[in-house]
Design a protein around this ligand. Sequence first.
Ligand code: NAP
Ligand code: ZN
Length: 349
Amino acid sequence: MPQVLAYVTDDEQCQFHRTTIDRRDPGPTEVYFEIKYAGICHSDIHTARAEWGQPLYPLVPGHEIAGIVTQVGDQVTRFAVGDRVGVGCFVDSCGECEQCRAGTEQFCTSREAPTVWTYNSIGRDGLPTAGGYSQGITVEQDYVCRIPDAIPFEAAAPLLCAGITLYSPLNRWDAGPGKRVAIVGMGGLGHMGVQIAAKMGAEVVVISQTMSKREDGLKFGASDYFAMDDPDRLKQLRGSLDLIVSTVSANINLDGLLRLLKPHGVLVDVGLPQHASTLRLGSLTSGNKVLAGSNIGGIPETQEMLDFCAEHQIAPQTEMITGEDITAAYDKVVNSQVRYRYVIDTSTF
Ligand code: NAP
Ligand code: ZN
């Protein structure tokens, strides 16, 4: 049984420290891969800080994982030793229900074998799952994606959550030529959304808290940049947007955002703030607007997103950190100081 180094938090104070965890030997259809890089998603922080309820401590977060296969079970057909692979937010599901068959395994409806999340979940072996802040992981081959050669390895990890979380709603709601799309919040998710929507052919604007990241937003492909701290200028956008994707991790004024949509426009939320949000329903009825949500993406769409990013040379802008940096990194993410995704180099453990 492989034992690997990992960074763990024992409670919601999130003082990460090094430990050793067990990984199971790969079963017949499983692969074991050495994790090289793991992104820090804001969802790791919400979870580890118990903002969404009490998680299973000790907790090893991390669901943006990139590594190299070093062992395969004897019935593995899709991967070989040496392959560059990635794992995102889930590592198992029933594989048989309507949702799994449709490739949206994150919505598996099975009671007996529902979606197993990469961490803070109970795996089929009956043990708590542990995520990417570790040096290796064993995963069923159907929940592993291939990282195309054109994607720099150091940049691949954040695509497995931030990338797919923006690709999926932009794809579903037809971001493309002739569409005016706003990305709200330019953090880890948002900066991927700007790049992906621009490469899909949409006109993209960013709505951020301040103008401080404007230069970067334009570099990522936005045509204009707006700030919530300048509401007068933001009014220029009223009634002009086909699609808004909000990635904001805190509560914001949803009525204000809905006013920026054209009639029939769509506001998709992917941000998951700790507290409940409110809106006036009149903000929706006035103009037949749509308020939608979106939760990561299934395995087929995640592979499609990776191939799209490879084809269009889309990559996250990352800051590489060590295991000892994780604790401090959490505060910096919450304070919007990261540019734009922290990636943990697991060789530093
Ligand atoms: P992040 O890097 O911290 O980015 C969040 C951005 O939200 C910040 O960069 C900031 O944008 C904006 N923001 C933060 N506090 C704000 C406030 N008080 N008012 C207005 N804007 C504020 O986080 P992330 O990793 O991108 O994740 C974003 C959210 O999506 C989190 O809630 C996370 O849990 C959730 N998430 C959802 C899914 C899904 O499948 N639905 C997947 C992954 C993550 P500016 O700096 O531009 O102002
Ligand atoms: Zn995530």
